[in-house]
Design a protein around this ligand. Structure first.
Ligand code: SAM
Length: 294
């Protein structure tokens, strides 16, 4: 059997390319062999925070020239990275933790590098989003990632109100100083019965996973202030199809029925709205029967 290190080395790692590398979200052992190989191979490492990344790399025995690419200088710093790529370098990009570009800098750098004609190569690894979802359970079939909610109460309430009928589970990130008010705001906007997973300090010493409802989550958080510390992922159940009315998707079904069979219209409407395919089929059939022949 091929040794794992050879598998990591066996991939193509072209020069003059940007490697977007995921790093751990807590436990520093959560890094892939390929990520370590590429960080070792890179001529330069662009990082959201060069001090943090320098310390992390030291733990892996890697020392490379570092260049800062963060939220406030991403466009300008991208031009510097492009110069290094023009000189034929392999440049790796890492954010502070997890996967770059997910509630982290990286997206603008990726666009600029690609527009300049250089390859962008992803190296997968840890992300708080995927880690939390992997243990959420069977009530999440589909989800939307919303990242951080607006910090101001009015803007947050408005953002949540707009999501009240969202049919898919929603994943939010939250910081410790806002966790209590955010969980309260979720309950105010969506009602208490929806399921919620609070994933706290994933992969770290004080990792905690709490499964409950929006109604009882504030009590759980208040019961021990330690539960309000650390970093959080919140997974909230989407609106259930029962709360929407039988006629809610008539307009969409009407348009689809102009061109499609009842079955195809129901199938497409179900994937667009998240509503039950059987219910949409029954409604589409009724609409078709009601419609006078032309
Ligand atoms: N790019 C990262 C990723 O792939 O997950 C996310 C970076 S974002 C700036 C940081 C937020 O991610 C934290 O405020 C928290 O909501 C979430 N997060 C990061 N690490 C976490 C962990 N170990 N446990 C729970 N949530 C975490």
């Amino acid at each position: 059997m091929t040794p794992l290190s050879e598998l990591a080395q066996g991939q193509q790692y072209p020069a003059a390319a940007l490697y977007v590398v995921a790093t751990p979200i807590g436990n520093i052992a959560d890094i892939t062999l390929r990520a370590l190989h590429v960080l070792g191979l890179a001529d330069r490492i662009a990082a959201e925070d060069t001090r943090n990344t320098g310390q992390l790399l030291a733990r892996y025995g890697i020392s490379k020239p570092l260049v800062a690419v963060h939220q406030h200088n991403e466009r300008v710093a991208a031009q510097r990275v492009i110069e290094y790529l023009r000189a034929g370098e392999r440049v790796a990009y890492v954010s502070d933790a997890g996967t770059p570009g997910i509630s982290d800098p990286g997206a603008k750098l990726v666009d600029a590098v690609r527009e300049a004609g250089f390859a962008v190569i992803p190296l997968p690894g840890a992300s708080a989003l995927a880690t939390a979802l992997s243990v959420t359970g069977d009530w999440v079939a589909t989800f939307s990632f919303l990242g951080f909610l607006p910090p101001k109460p009015k803007a947050r309430a408005a953002a949540l109100q707009a999501l009240a009928q969202h049919p898919h589970a929603m994943v939010f990130y939250e910081a410790p100083h806002r966790i209590v008010e955010t969980v309260q705001a979720l309950g105010d906007a969506f009602g208490g019965t929806r399921r919620l997973l609070i994933a706290r300090e994933l992969t770290k010493l004080h990792e905690a996973l709490h499964r409950g409802t929006l109604a009882e989550a504030p009590t759980w958080l208040a019961a021990d202030t330690n539960r309000q510390r650390g970093e959080f992922v919140l997974v909230v159940e989407g609106a259930s199809p029962e709360v929407t009315g039988e006629h809610d998707h008539d307009a969409l079904l009407g348009i689809l029925l102009e061109e499609l069979t009842v079955s195809s219209a129901a199938k497409i409407a179900a994937s667009l709205t998240g509503a039950s395919r059987n219910a949409l089929y029954a409604r589409a059939l009724a609409l078709k029967e009601d419609k006078p022949e032309t």
